[in-house]
Write a protein of this length. Structure first.
Lengths: 430, 817
């Protein structure tokens, strides 16, 4: 009986095995997927970035995700902000409350770290930092690629002298209290440009009746205090407006532009006289620069000038200003291939910058009906970390529009339920 | 599974009674008519086995009235099978003449038919006896690396496994006493083979497809580690060995012994092995600025194990069972995340990464011979193996691999019929494989194989014809096959990559059920056209079901420094930034090999020469193709296991699977994808032995394999041309051997694979033999890499990180009685 089974079993198995010999079949059934909750929502690492917008009539600032065009966080600050500036890496917004002598800082939540062979992006929720600056009348905020200098004008009435503090993004994150300080002995509406561990900052004669300074010096740091180490001979009457690029710092003066050239640790000053286009009381009161641009751009009212600090020339840029236009916003784009001007007639003008000259690329109308502009308000411009995007806030229709600078068209609108005042783009530059 | 019950029934059915009637006696002589003492004469299909006395005579019991096959083996002589008709009155004056040979002729235990290096259509080599004792190393790959046609995939002296004719991994089956080793060594080169050479009796290597005997896992060959854990003899004998090596302070103690009480034979063995990190003449990692002459970190190991077995010896066979246990802790070299693969600077401890392996194995082995009926022999082998190894890093278990397997093989040999010998084999194997942890690149799976094989051979005068066929059914089931999101940046922004883009990450999950029905056919001819010469031609067609790891993997595999993706997936044609791979809906094909083998042997006289040539065409060869993508290993950041990103690198990487970063915080791996391609491997092996004086012998070996993709290109890590020369001297009380090996530079490399310089190795050993009481002892001195060559092994996954050990002197003593 057993032997019969033994013979039959192999036969049975053989026939079972031989059926479909050489076949291969695969049967796949999809099951419920496993969902792993994102530990860092919302996440948009190198997307369009974020926008911080302040409200004209409240101390609330709002942060928007530009990929989703939605509000992600609002923060109640202490006072209504007067100005907002990005930190050097555009991670933080410095929210200046000038009248109440305070600067608060909001973390936009997007930044990247240098991991050697790559830059590692992070995306977290925005948050209000505990870091604050308290000083009399913080006004001009100037940054290079790593350091920000905040000029606090001081106050004549209370005889509070001016001061400058410098800070980095790391200082903000660490809530550092004892920041490097330049303490003046008099007040002034001045300007300071950080250069390494030094400051190129303005000097005002305490005896002068003018609130504006007229000289510039180099301030060097010892034990966290800046002291004057060099005063430049050329003066800069009624100094207002400053900028820097890789090799130069420029200041606007009534008689031209004061240029400080840096070569290693030595500085030299020279003056570029006003061009013949500047007449009457007109003067360059605003200077803008970019590390990747050899030229500064100077604004004298509605006139725009290309200032070459190397060759000490100043030439007018024909930006074909609309009738009655006043410039309310300006700036180099992320890689300085363009310069953008926003005027009070609702036009955004894009200039191509070749490295040697500025030429008109075109204009795009970003706002209409501006006769209804509330008092004390204006259109505001901020440029994204990408070469071709700009955002303009419009207090009239309580909206922010995104503008494609290459196509010269408005691509989207973010509707607000408050009157926007100031805004800045935050995120990871591309 | 119900198959198992039926197999158990078959075992029970096999017992039947028979009568042993008469004796056969005779004499064993050499070619000059001189008696050969100590030759072993056995009766095929029985346990009857005797040794000849000083006059060469023997007396053996044999069933009367039947044709009996006598098998004679003697050291330094070719085996001989002779058929005799045993009359009712018995048989006397049988004369058996043996031809001397210089080749090692030892029967392969695993084959149900007699097969040795001189008799088979397929090339076979066996490492046994003193040679095995001298060449045993802590890994199977290093033990066999001097066998012709066999290379080691050198994994830092801790996990090396053999490469046969350029094939390894799931294509080379590692067995212990004919049953699958049941470990995880076929899944990754960093996984050690769970067997020990120190207590082995012999290690058999079958080069070329041995799918008929072993199934589709043996498409490239088989390494069978044989020991006597299921004893089959009545005599009492034992052997032991102590050894110490200088290069890594390796210490080995091994012993094995057997005896019998009545009809019960008993066996026990035990071993202990310990090694430190080994010394090297140069630096561990290519391009490292560390001082030369250090040690390679994480190449230490400690292993111990033992087995015990008992058999009931019957008149017509035996039934035995054994239990074995193996514990092994070994470092995992090259497992670094930021360039700390080598010994750290003074005062700074290197990252300790090691594996902790445990294996329990129960084996049943039986052979029963029958005098009446159709069946002449029934062999049953069954095994249960419980294996696990845990990879431990910084004191914490990273990944645990578990493999629980059962295997049964029945061989039913029929009585000789029209001069045909052979039979059927029925083979069942089941394994439950699971990998759990951070580097579990393969999902848990269950594999089941049922096979029916048939083998026959017949002599036609000087011609031996061997034929066989095998059909299999292999199923692979996996309930939880994962397809995580794996992004692929176009990388328009250099140096920048991101985490998964916003929101939750979704892992698609599949239940996968594969069924493969591979079959194999083989036909071989051995023509002994002149005494002492033969030539053999063998053709085989073999199918192989791809392994679970080749189909289902999706994850980082630190052992190969690659992010491995199985053939169940394919590159996303849609170029989705979040999903570089999608489900492959195309049919999964089997691997099919057509192999032609040609052998010529001269095996008697003072010069022996064996030449083998092979041509192996493999369709749908599953190998890891470089996709040019990189993925986060998910290892260093404490990320979620499935939070992976892959992206193109603008820069090239210049060697296979190894991708170095200057970045210490972040680890990325190149993405390799198992995609079948047609390949052709061909090559040769040559072995010359020349006894030029009575005590002197010169051996010359050469092997070469060329492994090409039919569509153009070469396979990675293919062994280079190797030439080995050995000069040996054998005296009464002393023996010595000097061996020189030349490994050429491999110039046929995969696209991104580097070509390392060739190298030469000089080894030597001296043994002194003496008797102490009943014991035969040998004290030996063995030197390896005597010139302290800084050599890197082309076949190694760690060739950039772990060179071969430097000069080593070993001292050992062994004894047997």
């Amino acid at each position: 009986m057993y032997s019969l089974k033994m013979k039959l079993l192999p036969l049975a198995i053989a026939s079972a095995l031989l059926v479909g010999c050489g076949d291969a079949t695969t049967n796949i059934v999809e099951k419920e997927p496993i969902v792993i909750k994102d530990p860092h929502p919302p996440v948009a690492p190198i997307g369009k970035g974020r926008l911080l917008v302040s409200d004209k009539s409240s101390a609330v600032v709002s942060v928007y995700d530009l990929d989703r065009s939605e509000l992600i966080e609002q923060f109640q600050l202490i006072n209504t902000p007067d100005a907002v500036y990005p930190s050097p890496g555009q991670r933080y917004a410095l929210v200046v409350q000038r009248a109440t002598d305070r600067v608060q800082v909001v973390d936009g939540g997007q930044w990247q770290e240098d991991h050697g062979d790559h830059l590692h992006p992070y995306a977290e929720k925005p948050k209000l930092m505990s870091f604050q600056l308290n000083g009399s009348r913080p006004t001009h905020v100037q940054s290079n690629t790593s350091t920000t200098a905040v000029f606090m004008d001081g106050d004549a009435a209370s005889k509070t002298p001016a001061a400058v503090v410098t800070l980095t993004e790391a200082n903000i994150g660490a809530d550092k209290k004892d920041l490097p300080l330049l303490q003046y002995d008099t007040h002034m509406h001045g300007a300071a440009q950080p250069r390494g561990t030094q400051l190129i900052s303005t000097i005002r004669d305490a005896a002068s009746s003018d609130i504006l300074p007229d000289k510039v010096g180099v301030y060097s740091q010892t034990a966290g205090k800046f002291s004057l180490s060099q005063t430049f001979t050329p003066t800069c009457p009624r100094l207002h407006g400053s900028a820097q690029n890789k090799g130069f710092v420029g200041f606007g003066c009534t008689d031209g532009v004061l240029v400080i050239a840096q070569s290693g640790s030595t500085y030299s000053a020279s003056k570029i006289a006003n061009s013949a286009d500047i007449t009457g009381t007109s003067r360059i009161g605003t200077v803008e620069g970019h590390d990747d641009a050899a030229h500064f751009v100077g604004l004298a009212g509605a006139l725009v000038f290309a200032i070459d600090p190397q060759n000490k020339t100043m030439s007018k840029i024909d930006w074909q200003a609309p009738t009655g236009a006043g410039i309310v916003g300006y700036g180099f784009t992320a890689k300085a291939k363009h310069f953008v001007l926003l005027d009070n007639q609702g036009y955004l003008t894009v200039l191509n910058y070749s490295g040697s000259a500025f030429t008109l690329a075109g204009k795009v109308q970003v706002a209409t009906g501006l006769s209804a502009m509330p008092a004390g308000s204006s259109l505001q411009l901020t440029l994204a970390g990408s070469e071709y995007r700009a955002y303009v806030s419009n207090p009239v229709n309580k909206a922010v529009v995104a503008v494609d600078l290459a196509k010269l068209q408005v691509t989207s609108t973010l509707q607000l339920n408050y009157t926007p005042h100031k805004l800045t783009w935050l995120g990871i530059a591309q | 599974m119900h198959y198992r019950n039926k197999i158990a029934m078959l075992v029970a059915a096999a017992f039947s009674q028979q009568l042993w009637a008469q004796s056969v006696s005779g004499v064993v002589l050499d070619s000059k008519g001189q008696p050969i003492a100590g030759a072993e004469v056995s009766l095929a299909g029985s346990q009857a086995r005797v040794k000849t006395d000083a006059a060469g005579t023997f007396l053996l019991a044999a069933p009367a009235g039947q044709l009996a096959e006598l098998h004679v083996e003697a050291a330094e002589f070719a085996h001989r099978n002779q058929h005799v008709q045993v009359p009712a009155a018995g048989l006397t004056n049988v004369e058996l003449r043996l031809l001397p040979t210089l080749l090692e002729v030892i029967d392969v235990k695993a084959s149900p038919l007699h097969a040795s290096a001189t008799e088979s259509a397929l090339p076979i080599s066996v490492l046994s006896g003193e040679q095995l004792k001298m060449q045993q190393a802590s890994t199977l790959g290093d033990t066999l690396k001097n066998q012709v046609g066999v290379h080691s995939n050198f994994y830092g002296s801790v996990a090396s496994s053999p490469i046969i004719r350029g094939l390894d991994g799931p294509r080379v089956l590692i067995t212990q006493n004919g049953l699958d080793a049941g470990d995880a060594s076929r899944v990754g080169p960093d996984h050690s083979v769970a067997s020990e050479a120190g207590t082995a009796e012999q290690i058999e290597v079958l080069r070329g497809p041995a799918t008929l005997f072993y199934g589709s896992g043996a498409i490239g060959g088989v390494v069978n580690v044989v020991d006597e854990r299921v004893p089959t003899r009545r005599d009492t004998r034992a052997n032991w060995q102590l050894e110490r090596q200088s290069v890594n302070n390796e210490k080995l103690a091994a012993a094995a012994g057997q005896t019998s009480v009545g009809d019960v034979a008993l066996y026990a063995d035990a071993f202990w092995r310990e090694q430190d990190n080994y010394k090297i003449p140069g630096v561990a990692e290519i391009g490292s600025d560390e001082p030369k002459g250090g040690r390679v970190a994480n190449t230490d190991a400690t292993a111990r194990g033992g087995s015990f077995g008992a058999s009931y010896l019957l008149d017509n066979g035996f039934v035995g069972i054994s239990m074995g246990k193996l514990d092994r802790q070994y470092g995992i070299p090259g497992h670094s995340h930021g360039g700390h693969a080598h010994e750290a600077e003074a005062g700074e401890a290197a990252e300790r990464v090691f594996a902790d392996l445990e294996q329990d194995r129960v084996q049943l082995n039986s052979q029963l011979n029958f005098t009446g009926g159709l069946l002449s022999q029934l062999n049953v082998k069954a095994g249960y193996t419980d294996y696990q190894h845990a990879e431990i890093e910084a004191g914490a278990v990273g990944t645990t691999f578990k493999n629980r397997s059962e295997e049964t093989r029945l061989e039913l040999l029929h009585r000789e019929w029209l001069d045909w010998r052979g039979g059927l084999s029925l083979h069942y194997k089941h394994s439950d494989f699971a990998a759990v942890g951070a580097e579990a690149f393969t999902p848990p799976s269950t594999q089941e194989m049922l096979a029916l094989g048939w083998m026959e051979e017949r002599h036609f005068g000087p011609l031996l014809w061997q034929v066989g066929a095998r059909t299999e059914r292999v199923t692979i089931k996996a309930d939880q096959v994962l397809l995580p999101q794996l992004g692929a940046h176009e990388d328009d922004v250099s140096k920048v990559h991101g985490h998964a883009e916003g929101g939750d990450s979704v892992i698609r999950t599949f239940a996968v059920d594969h069924t493969f029905k591979p079959y194999s056919l083989s036909s071989g001819l051995v023509w002994e056209y002149q005494d002492g010469y033969n030539t053999a031609l063998s053709f085989s067609h073999s199918g192989r079901a791809p392994a679970a790891s080749e189909l289902l993997s999706f994850g980082p595999h630190i052992g190969t420094n690659a992010y491995e993706i199985g053939a169940l997936f394919r590159l996303n044609p849609a170029q989705d930034a979040q999903q570089a791979f999608v489900l492959n809906t195309a049919p999964i094909e089997m691997e099919v090999s057509n192999n032609l083998d040609l052998t010529w042997r001269k095996f008697s006289g003072d010069v022996a020469l064996v030449l083998n040539a092979f041509y192996n065409q493999i369709d749908n060869y599953y190998y890891q193709q470089d996709t040019g993508l990189f993925a986060e290993s998910g290892h260093d950041h404490g990320h979620e296991e499935h939070d992976h990103e892959a992206h193109d690198h603008a820069h090239d990487h210049d060697h296979d699977h190894d991708h170095d970063h200057g970045d210490e915080h972040f680890s990325e791996l190149p993405v390799y994808w198992f995609n079948p391609a047609d390949v052709t491997l061909h090559g040769f092996e040559a072995q010359l032995i020349w006894q030029f004086a009575s005590e002197w012998r010169f051996t010359q070996q050469a092997d070469f394999v060329r492994a090409r993709l039919d569509a153009g290109g070469d396979l990675p890590r293919t062994p280079p041309l190797r030439l080995q020369s050995a000069l040996s001297w054998q005296g009464e009380a002393l023996s010595a051997e000097l061996r020189f090996s030349h490994y050429s530079q491999q110039k046929h490399t995969e696209n991104f694979e580097g070509s390392l310089p060739g190298y030469n190795l000089l080894d030597a050993n001296v043994s002194y033999y003496f008797d102490l009481g009943d014991q035969q002892l040998a004290v030996y001195l063995k030197g390896q890499n005597l010139t302290d060559e800084d050599a890197r092994v082309h076949t190694s996954f760690l060739k950039d990180k772990a060179p071969l050990p430097g000069r080593s002197l070993g001292l050992g003593i062994r004894g047997e009685f």
